[in-house]
Design a binder for this molecule. Structure first.
Ligand SMILES: *Cc1c(COP(=O)(O)O)cnc(C)c1O
Length: 234
């Protein structure tokens, strides 16, 4: 993969996002196009930033720490992978958003580290919308209780939801996620849970980002469609 190829991919994906936004009655600027960087060499990540990418998604603490100094400065980074509580302390200084919070104990550890560093951490709650055993997200039924518990944490602020739906021929999981997102927004308004704003719906990857935008996604996480197929041997 060369920079020129990334540039072409970037342009094509941006256009597709803009069209989908338009069809769903929104402006293209309302959708964040995140570049997912796992296994991608830092030079290529920087090439994507040069094209116009404005936020990166990182999956693994170790890989992130080894690459971050090679990234162009001041690019916002979100954590999107499975996060073990004992690793929070290594990334908390750097993350715009931790998207993969799925349980109270993890939110509590983020609270502890954020308070210690004197900062506030925005998070998304990861939902297991397909109810799959293999996925680490929270079951939708557990969401109201977790929102109330996290509202007690002074340095942690819930900004929305994230999901990785099961591979699927139709769009039923995207639709279910949109419904959950809208329902949760209403619940928060009604119950006045403090410091919680449901503004971000992080949904859609290389194979389904256009459909995800149609179903209300505000942030798409794109890896292979931008950088080419991943090489896990590197
Ligand atoms: C790898 C990954 C992506 C991107 O996947 P692609 O299909 O390559 O676009 C998005 N979100 C998460 C959480 C990922 O781990």
């Amino acid at each position: 993969m060369e920079s020129r190829q990334i540039q072409e991919n970037y342009r094509r994906i941006s256009e597709t996002i803009a069209e989908a936004a338009d069809r769903s009655g929104r402006k293209p600027e309302e959708i964040t196009f995140m570049a997912v960087t796992k296994t991608v060499a830092p030079e290529l990540v920087n090439a994507a930033i040069a094209c116009g990418i404005r936020v990166l998604g990182e999956n693994r603490v170790q890989e992130y720490l080894s690459k971050k100094d090679s990234y162009q400065k001041n690019i916002p980074v979100d954590f999107i992978g499975t996060l073990q509580s004992n690793k929070v302390k290594y990334i908390i200084q750097d993350m715009r958003l931790i998207q993969s919070v799925n349980k109270l104990s993890l939110a509590q550890e983020i609270e502890r580290c954020a308070a210690k560093s004197g900062l506030h951490q925005d998070i998304l709650l990861e939902i297991n919308i397909g109810g799959e055993d293999s996925k680490s997200g929270l079951q939708p039924e557990g969401l109201p209780e977790l929102l109330e518990q996290i509202a007690e944490l002074e340095h942690v602020h819930v900004k929305g939801l994230m999901t990785i739906p099961p591979p699927c021929q139709d769009t039923s999981f995207l639709q279910a996620m949109q419904e959950l997102f809208l329902k949760t927004r209403l619940q928060i308004q009604d119950s006045g849970i403090p410091d919680t704003e449901m503004q971000i719906l992080s949904m859609g990857m290389s194979d389904d980002y256009a459909q995800a935008v149609w179903y209300g996604s505000t942030l798409v996480r794109v890896g292979s469609a931008l950088f080419g197929a991943r090489d896990y041997s590197r």
